[in-house]
Write a protein that binds this ligand. Sequence first.
Ligand SMILES: C[S@@+](CC[C@H](N)C(=O)[O-])C[C@H]1O[C@@H](n2cnc3c(N)ncnc32)[C@H](O)[C@@H]1O
Length: 283
Amino acid sequence: MKSYNRDSYKLGWRTCHPFSLYSQQFLQGVTLILTTDMFRKTIDYDKVSTVYDQVREGNPEMVLQLLEEVILSDSSLVLDVGCGTGNNTVILASIIPARIAGLDISYGMLQKAGEKGIQVPLVQAPADNIPFASDSFDFVYMTEVLHHLPDITMTFQEIHRVLKKTGLLCIVTQSHNQIDKRMTSRFFPGTAVVDKERYPDIDVIEAQLSKAGFSVINPKEYIYRPVRLGPEYLVTIEKRGFSMLHKISKEDYERGLEDLRAAFQKDEELLYFAEYSFVWATK
Ligand SMILES: C[S@@+](CC[C@H](N)C(=O)[O-])C[C@H]1O[C@@H](n2cnc3c(N)ncnc32)[C@H](O)[C@@H]1O
């Protein structure tokens, strides 16, 4: 994989923080449209933003897998929908010459992304009301966002609108089968139940994409290198660093935490094979 030095590219973008007052045309050739009702919320990610980076990192392997399927040049425009604190945006921006923008509904998450000093515009907006002109982007992706969206049909229609004719969309998510295999599902079985309600399964995603006008490309499943979970995993759980831990009862959470602590005390080897599904679609 060729690596690019971000600074050596004259992207012509200025860094935009979520608090900036956006003027029209801040991206070369891409019109930013401000509309009302842009800051509706689902889960309180402003609150989560205070601990998110303590418990989550970007995933370079995941970003490289995205890049296996899409060819981007220095004139390509990319949108990271639900970019959060910009963990994957930063990685992508350090590898490719394309111009990338991050969009998220949460001011707090974008504030953290802005603090990383990344040279990408960061825009606060909901995924189903994207403030960019139609036919703007060559590639749109979202990692671990779909299950937060109130209306995936509207979001897919909106992404379809902002993609160029030959544009590609990739949704990185987990299938129901992959949710069942998570380590959290072992210790907190309630989280698997909750998440199978929150995460649309792959066939549902494909059906909704088709309905929004996309041609769906076969989804790919990736299994990452096994990781032996150490004390940092316990810390993440103690901080409820995964959103589904906020959705189970206090009793279920405490029972699972006790079992997890016991497993660490017994020095049990907790090997976790993270698995993700990449659902690709073209306009
Ligand atoms: C689990 S985080 C993933 C962040 C990032 N993509 C990553 O992989 O680290 C989910 C993100 O989706 C954002 N989000 C939730 N609902 C949204 C919506 N309706 N529109 C845009 N972003 C949304 C949240 O604010 C949060 O930053």
